[in-house]
Design a protein around this ligand. Structure first.
Ligand SMILES: [Zn+2]
Length: 594
C-alpha cells in the first residue's frame, strides 16, 4: 500500500516497533558510533520489516538466540536514504542490528576540543529532527511510530553523557578509560526526539525537577539565565495541565548548534546565544517547554502536518509569555514573530505551496522547506480559533485536545474532525480550510497591537525623516523594545547614520544576539566597515541558522561585503553544522547572480 509518510520507508502493513534498546560506543577518534539496537515488536512476527537508514554500515542482524536474520540494504535515495529490509523468520519478537554510523552522519556533530568553550575535550551532539534519526540508528523514522527506549552509552571517562531520557546510573565501561552511562525513557516518543550529547559537562540544580547542564565555564551563567524556569513550568502547568515528563532539564550546547533550541523530551537542547546575561532571551525556553504538551505529547503524524507541532507551540509559548510578562511584552513577541513570518513568505514567494500550513512534501527535503511559516502562520491560525471561540471555551478545547491525543501523532484532518466535534461551526467561522490549504496569509489574520508597540514602530518609521529617540527614551527600552525598533528601521543607512546609531545605542557591543545580529544585518548591509570585525567574530563563533541566513544575505548587497562573506565562510565552515553550511551555501549561491 502507499506509504503514509513521504519521508519514511515505514510500511503500515508490517509490524510496528514497540520499544528500542540501544547500546552505543562513542569513538571520538573515528567520529563513529558503534551500535546495537534491539527492536521489540511487541508480539511474534514474520516476513518483511522495512526500516530507514542513512549512511549506516550494517554488520549483522540477529533474532533471539543469535540466529542470523537475512537483510537487504536498498539503493540510496537522496532524501530518504536507504531502506533496510529485514526478512524475519516466523516467531520473531525481538531483532538486534549491529551497525556503525558514518563519520558524516547528518544527525551528529563532532566538535574538536578547540571548537568548545573549554578547549580541552571533544564534544558530540545529535539533532534528529526532522528525518536524521536514521543516520543514528536503523528505525521506523516516522513520527507516527512512538516507542519508549532504554540506552547504554559508552564514552571516555573524563566526559559526561545526557540523553532525551531519565538518567539510570553508570558503571565502568568495557575498556580501560571508559564509562557506560544508562538511560531510561519510559514514555513513547517519536524517533526525531531521540537525542544524545557527550562532552565535558557540569550541572546545576534549578529546582527539584529541573537542572541545567553546560560546559564548566558556562554552567554558572546558564544557571543564572534559567533561574526562572520553575516559575515557567508552574505557569505552563496552570495553562495546559500537569507537566507530563517528570523532569525538565536543559543542556546548553557549544555555539555551533544550528537551532535556537530543540525540544528533546526531559532535556531541552539550547544554543548558548540565549545566554544574554539578563534573562532577556529565555522565551526560547518558554517555547521548548511548551513543546512538552504541544509537540512531544501531541505530535504531527508527518512533516506535512508540522504546523500542528510548531504553530500550537508558538501559540502556547506566547500564552506563557503573556502570563509571565503581560500584554505589552506579548505584543512585542507577536511583532518579532511577524518579521520572521514576512521574511519566510518573501523567501519562498507568497504563492509558494510551502506557505500552506497543510503541505504536500513528497520529494521535498524537510530541511529545505524549514521556515517560520508553520510556526508563525500556524500560531496566528490558532489565535483566530481562540478569538472566535472565546478564551475560556478555547482553553477547555485545548485541554480536551491534549487529553484526547496525548502520546499520539496526528494529521491536520484528525485535528479538524476533533475541532468540528468539540466546537461545531468554529472552523467554518474562521475559514479554517483557507488557513490550512491556501497559500499566503488570509486577509483577516489576527492583528496584535499595543500603544507601546505602535509608538516604537512609528519612531522607527520616522528615521528617514530625521526622527530619533531621546537618550532617555532609548535608555528605558527593554531588549525586546530595542529589537522591534531596529527591525523597523530602513535596511540601508548612510554611514553617518550607522555611526550615530551605534554611538547612541551601543549596539556593536551587545551580548544579546537578537539585538546584535539585527544591528549587524543593517550595518553590514549598508557596507559600514567599522562593524566588519564584529561580523567576522559572530559568524566565526555562532552557527545558529537564524543568524547566519540574514547576516550572509545582508553581506551579499555590496561587492566588498560579498568578499568578506566568502573569506569568513572559508574560515568558519569547518565549525558549522552541516545544516548551517547548507543555509549559507544557498544564500551565497545567489551572490553570483547579484
Ligand atoms: Zn518548536
Amino acid at each position: 500500500m502507499a506509504r503514509p509518510d513521504p519521508h519514511s520507508y515505514l510500511d503500515p502493513d508490517q509490524p510496528r516497533v514497540q520499544a528500542l534498546d540501544l547500546a552505543l560506543d562513542v569513538d571520538f577518534a573515528r567520529h563513529v558510533l558503534s551500535g546495537r539496537v534491539t527492536l521489540d515488536l511487541g508480539a511474534p512476527a514474520a516476513g518483511a520489516l522495512d526500516l530507514d537508514t542513512k549512511g549506516l554500515v550494517v554488520h549483522a542482524v540477529t533474532a533471539a538466540g543469535g540466529a542470523a536474520v537475512p537483510f537487504v540494504l536498498g539503493d540510496e535515495e537522496p532524501i530518504l536514504g536507504r531502506r533496510l529490509r529485514l526478512d524475519l523468520p516466523g516467531g520473531t519478537r525481538r531483532v538486534a542490528i549491529e551497525y556503525d554510523t558514518a563519520p558524516d552522519a547528518l544527525a551528529l556533530q563532532w566538535l574538536a576540543p578547540e571548537q568548545t568553550e573549554g578547549k580541552r575535550h571533544p564534544f558530540l551532539f545529535s539533532q534528529c529532527q526532522s528525518i536524521h534519526a536514521r543516520s543514528l540508528l536503523p528505525c521506523q523514522d516516522s513520527p507516527t511510530v512512538r516507542t519508549p527506549y532504554h540506552a547504554e552509552v559508552t564514552i571516555p571517562d573524563a566526559l559526561a553523557a545526557v540523553m532525551s531520557a531519565g538518567p539510570a546510573g553508570d558503571r565502568a565501561g568495557p575498556r580501560p578509560g571508559t564509562r557506560t552511562w544508562l538511560f531510561e525513557m519510559p514514555q513513547p516518543i517519536p524517533s526525531y526526539l531521540v537525542a544524545l550529547a557527550v562532552g565535558d559537562l557540569a550541572s546545576r540544580d534549578l529546582s527539584a525537577r529541573s537542572r541545567v547542564w553546560a560546559e564548566p565555564g558556562t554552567v554558572e551563567a546558564a544557571a543564572y539565565e534559567f533561574g526562572g524556569v520553575e516559575e515557567m513550568i508552574v505557569t505552563a502547568e496552570r495553562l495546559f495541565g500537569p507537566y507530563p515528563w517528570d523532569r525538565y532539564d536543559l543542556l546548553v550546547l557549544p555555539p555551533s548548534f544550528p537551532y535556537g533550541g530543540m525540544e528533546n523530551p526531559r532535556m531541552t537542547f539550547l544554543t548558548p546565544t540565549v545566554l544574554a546575561g539578563d534573562r532577556s532571551l529565555v522565551d526560547v525556553v518558554a517555547h521548548e517547554l511548551a513543546h512538552s504538551w504541544t509537540g512531544n505529547l501531541v505530535t504531527n503524524a508527518t512533516m506535512e502536518h508540522f504546523w500542528l507541532n510548531e504553530g500550537f507551540t508558538v501559540w502556547a509559548e506566547r500564552r506563557i509569555v503573556e502570563a509571565l510578562h503581560g500584554p505589552d511584552a506579548l505584543a512585542l513577541a507577536w511583532s518579532i514573530g511577524q518579521q520572521a513570518l514576512d521574511g519566510s513568505v518573501a523567501r519562498f514567494g507568497a504563492e509558494s505551496p510551502l506557505t500552506r500550513l497543510r503541505t504536500e512534501m513528497a520529494g521535498v527535503d524537510p530541511d529545505e522547506a524549514f521556515s517560520s511559516i508553520p510556526y508563525e502562520k500556524g500560531a496566528r491560525f490558532v489565535v483566530a480559533l481562540e478569538r472566535a471561540a472565546g478564551r475560556e471555551a478555547f482553553d477547555r478545547f485545548v485541554r480536551a485536545y491534549i487529553a484526547r491525543f496525548r502520546f499520539t501523532s496526528i494529521t491536520t484532518e484528525q485535528f479538524l474532525a476533533f475541532l468540528d466535534g468539540e466546537l461545531p461551526g468554529l472552523a467554518d467561522r474562521v475559514g479554517a480550510r483557507r488557513w490550512l490549504y491556501d497559500v499566503g496569509m488570509p486577509a483577516d489574520a489576527p492583528v496584535f497591537r499595543s500603544d507601546a508597540l505602535e509608538a516604537l514602530t512609528a519612531l522607527a518609521e520616522g528615521f528617514a525623516a530625521g526622527t530619533r529617540p531621546t537618550p532617555a527614551q532609548a535608555a528605558a527600552w527593554s531588549p525586546s523594545e530595542l529589537l522591534v525598533y531596529l527591525q523597523h528601521l530602513p535596511r540601508q543607512l548612510d554611514h553617518g547614520a550607522c555611526a550615530a546609531l551605534d554611538a547612541a545605542l551601543a549596539l556593536s557591543g551587545r551580548g544579546n544576539h537578537e539585538i546584535l545580529v539585527e544591528w549587524l544585518t543593517i550595518a553590514a548591509g549598508s557596507d559600514y566597515e567599522p562593524v566588519f570585525p564584529r561580523v567576522r567574530e559572530v559568524l566565526t563563533r555562532v552557527g545558529r541558522m537564524k543568524y547566519l541566513r540574514p547576516l550572509y544575505t545582508a553581506l551579499g548587497r555590496h561587492q566588498r561585503t560579498r568578499q568578506l562573506a566568502r573569506d569568513v565562510y572559508a574560515a568558519a565552515r569547518p565549525g558549522y553544522h552541516v545544516l548551517s553550511r547548507r543555509v549559507v551555501e544557498s544564500v551565497m549561491e545567489s551572490y553570483d547572480g547579484a
